[in-house]
Design a protein. Structure first.
Length: 138
């Protein structure tokens, strides 16, 4: 009597065909997924970017005894060593060397004294939406 151990050529061909179909389906699904990620990455929510910047910057200026060491159009440096910079080449705002906001059209910093307090004015523009905010140091 003949032993029926092992795998036949027909079953091997079926396995290869099924495996090819599964790999093709995974490739199509992952390609569509990557396309949708790229599309979502292109969109920048102006409110989200402004809120992110505002949360970082508000937390910074609320430290007691903080002073402005240097304030230029595109950056501000505080006495605790933290610097916020707008890099127009890559449209990003950085806290020290960490990018905290992206796709920013413009961000400008200016310093003034009002009622004996140092006030930093930040002009912020994303996707044509402009905001100007004054931050008073404690």
């Amino acid at each position: 009597m003949k032993s029926e151990k092992g795998i036949t050529i027909i079953s091997l061909i079926i396995y290869v065909i099924v495996l090819s179909i599964v790999i093709g389906m995974v490739a199509i699904i992952s390609g569509a997924f990557m396309d949708s990620i790229d599309e979502a990455d292109m969109y920048t929510d102006p409110i989200e970017e402004y809120t992110t910047f505002n949360s970082y910057f508000s937390e910074e200026v609320n430290h007691p005894g903080l002073e402005v060491v240097q304030c230029q159009d595109d950056y501000v440096l505080f006495s605790n060593g933290v610097q916020y910079s707008f890099i127009s080449e890559n449209r990003g705002i950085y806290k020290d060397k960490v990018k905290i906001c992206r796709n920013i059209d413009f961000c400008g910093f200016s310093q003034s004294i009002k009622n004996g307090k140092t006030v930093i004015t930040v002009e912020f523009s994303v996707d044509g939406q402009k905001r100007t905010t004054n931050y008073a140091l404690k």
